[in-house]
Design a protein around this ligand. Structure first.
Ligand code: SAH
Length: 353
């Protein structure tokens, strides 16, 4: 049994079951045993769009250059990435943005990253870029417009789950039996207003205080300072029923309770609720649109043709990567793209209104 599991078992034996959000928080963020604190999981456990192809980040770079120009090309702005992984997306953004040297000069980069292990990888991969790190968005100065990207960041934030039992919602908690951690229902009912009570017996709903809190704060900052945030993640356009809590290790689904801290834990992002909280902060919301449609609108096929002409021997790999990013059975429709902007942006590239 690993050390973190012992800690969690002791906690539950003493104090009773914990929420799924508390469990996720410990498993992902515990300073010495947490999943992200201790390792670089990219490539080993899962792969993300920027790691599939450089084209992903290059198109986002062009999106940002366009948005910056539409905002009047501010002389200074904060270019912020939430959960930057290996720094690959930011490196590709910079490469593409070189077509506008004034954009590169005006950008002050902040990476919002909690993992010391990943900060090291980011420093190495972004050697040529001046970077500041922050642990939370609150640390970013409010003195200039904000241009923010977050790819597969919101799915890593802790969720709670509720289950409908004979007309009454109960919270799904993490309890212990012997040395096994497992889901058990809180006996007391939960007063829950978000989802209609006609939910069928056994229905599960999820909510993430962490995600909604961050979405509303991000929107407030964007309205205050001006700017845009681009959020890319797997998830659903409309709030619904379903248990999307999952653990992935070495590219396979695994038991989320077997070895806490050794597998990536995520849940699908509820874009409808993120949008609701962003709008409540007076921000404009664009999309969500499927990732495939977004990348196609930004010209992924043309960019792929150019790359193939420059590197003909990699043509098959480039085609495979484009199919992976845009294909409906791959990342093209499960992944969504949503932007949050200040009122200045009636339109943004990639979003058909
Ligand atoms: N965006 C990257 C990596 C996605 S993995 C890519 O697309 O490849 C999730 C990232 O979010 C990791 O960098 C992880 O360390 C970071 N992260 C997870 N929870 C976080 C939190 N609460 N605050 C800041 N960063 C977090």
């Amino acid at each position: 049994m690993n050390a973190l599991k012992e800690i969690i078992l002791r906690l539950i034996r003493n104090d009773g079951p914990i929420t799924l959000a508390q469990y996720m928080n410990l498993a992902l963020q515990h300073p010495s045993h947490g999943y992200y604190a201790t390792r670089d999981p990219l490539g080993r456990d899962f792969i993300t769009a920027p790691e599939v192809s450089q084209i992903f980040g290059e198109l986002i770079g062009l999106f940002l250059v366009q948005a910056w120009e539409d905002r009047g090309s501010p002389k200074a702005f904060h270019l912020v990435e939430l959960g930057p992984g290996r720094g690959t997306l930011m490196a590709d953004i910079f490469r593409a943005a070189k077509i506008r040297p004034a954009f590169v000069d005006a950008a002050h980069v902040t990476l919002v990253e909690t993992s010391p292990a990943l900060r090291d990888v980011q420093a190495r991969n972004l050697r040529h870029v001046e970077i500041a790190w922050a642990s939370t968005m609150e640390d970013i100065p409010a003195d200039a417009p904000l241009f923010v990207v977050a790819n597969e960041f919101f799915d890593a934030l802790p969720i709670r789950q509720f289950e409908m039992v004979n007309g009454i919602w109960h919270e799904r908690m993490v309890g212990a039996e012997g040395d096994t951690l497992h889901i058990r229902l809180m006996p007391n009912p939960i007063p829950f207003n978000g989802i209609p009570l006609e939910a069928p017996h056994g229905a599960v709903v999820e909510m993430s205080v962490a995600a909604l809190g961050r979405a509303s704060y991000l929107a407030e900052r964007i309205v205050e300072q001006g700017g845009v945030a681009l959020i890319v993640d797997y998830g659903h356009t409309a709030t619904g029923f379903g248990d999307t809590f999952q653990a992935v290790k070495a590219h396979h689904y695994t038991d989320p309770f077997a070895e806490p801290g050794d597998a990536d834990l995520t849940a699908h992002v509820d874009f409808e609720r993120l949008a609701e909280f962003a709008r409540a902060a007076d921000a404009l919301v664009h999309g969500p649109v499927p990732q495939g449609a977004f990348l196609e609108a930004l010209g992924i096929h043309m960019r792929a043709e150019n790359l193939k002409r420059a590197t003909p021997r990699e043509a098959a790999d480039i085609d495979a990567a484009v199919a992976r990013l845009t294909g409906p059975e791959q990342m093209g429709t499960l992944f969504k793209v949503m932007a949050i902007s200040d009122g200045h942006f009636r339109e943004l590239p990639g979003f058909l209104r």
